[in-house]
Design a binder for this molecule. Sequence first.
Ligand SMILES: *Cc1c(COP(=O)(O)O)cnc(C)c1O
Length: 375
Amino acid sequence: MAHFAHARVNLDALTGNARLLGERAGGTPLMGVVKADGYGHGMLPAARALIAGGASWLGTAFIHEGLALRRAGITVPILTWIIPPGEPVGDAIEADIDLGVSDMATLETVVAESRRLGRTARVQLKADTGLHRGGVDPAVWGRVVQAAARAEDAGHVRVSGVWSHFASADEPGDPSIASQLSVFHESLEVADKAGLTPEVRHIANSAALLTLPEARFDLVRGGIASYGLCPITDYSVPGLRPVMTLESRIALTKRVPAGSGVSYGHRYFTDREATLALVPLGYADGVPRAATNRGRLLLGGKVRTISGTVCMDQFVVDVGDDAVEAGEYAVLFGDPEELPDVPTAEDWAQILDTIPYEIVTRVGVRVPRKYVGGT
Ligand SMILES: *Cc1c(COP(=O)(O)O)cnc(C)c1O
């Protein structure tokens, strides 16, 4: 494959970020969240770099992600939390993966699989403290806790954790934060009274890890911040470094007259004779089509704006009279400490009215990841 474009992943930055987050959390153990192919960075390299930075747990959304970590020889505890019916729960039990349980039906499946295998399953009960997504509803929390306690007495499960997730930790001061913390404390009390002795109680994501010492408990789950991106608008974390740089060589340049319509639909016109540079990355590669006439990139030493429609495989940039040539690199987003003025994934998110998570996770499979650093 011609590597004219790639997502460069700085593993040393990832390791450094994990270390920094561990310190920010006052030494609370860190779970490195590596779902969605390590937020688009590559799950296995990301997992290893996070562990090198002190992450003592890993978190994934799905069982198959956890199994892939195990197959790669990763032995740290793993928690996985979206378990639709029909998922390979038995495989997860055999691989010693902690199962995040959000309802009675899933608990029953886990117990049945544990009986079948003759092996104790590790279960982390998730309380819905107000996000109203996953998690056990408070109205049935007591019943699920009781059932888990009975299954533990019978040797089918070990309730290794009790946990929850915030709705708006990225908006410090939002009233839902205090309310969810209070419901979480009540949920823990119910579990305690039922005789459960979880090894880890946890609720903090990156935003809470950064801003809420009272939400640390026994473990913090660091996702986006590990990848060097801040979940909170207008909040910066000194020392945190963006891990991914998305860059491409220019495929060709051409000179066009004033008044030339550019790309599909001619949504951009040159206002004078100009050089157009073609960047061979498109929405199939994760450059949102909404970046038409809006996305910014560093090219030929200047920050410029995409000219016209982002296509499936390419877009165009009007570089005026600047001496930009085919083969030169354009950088869509990266680390300003390494490349002064380069836009960040956070800048892209702001321009496109989304969050940096979406910018990095949607970088497509056609874009090779190129790893630098690491051991
Ligand atoms: C994705 C996810 C995280 C990590 O969130 P960040 O905001 O990226 O730190 C933590 N916990 C759960 C349950 C998640 O789904």
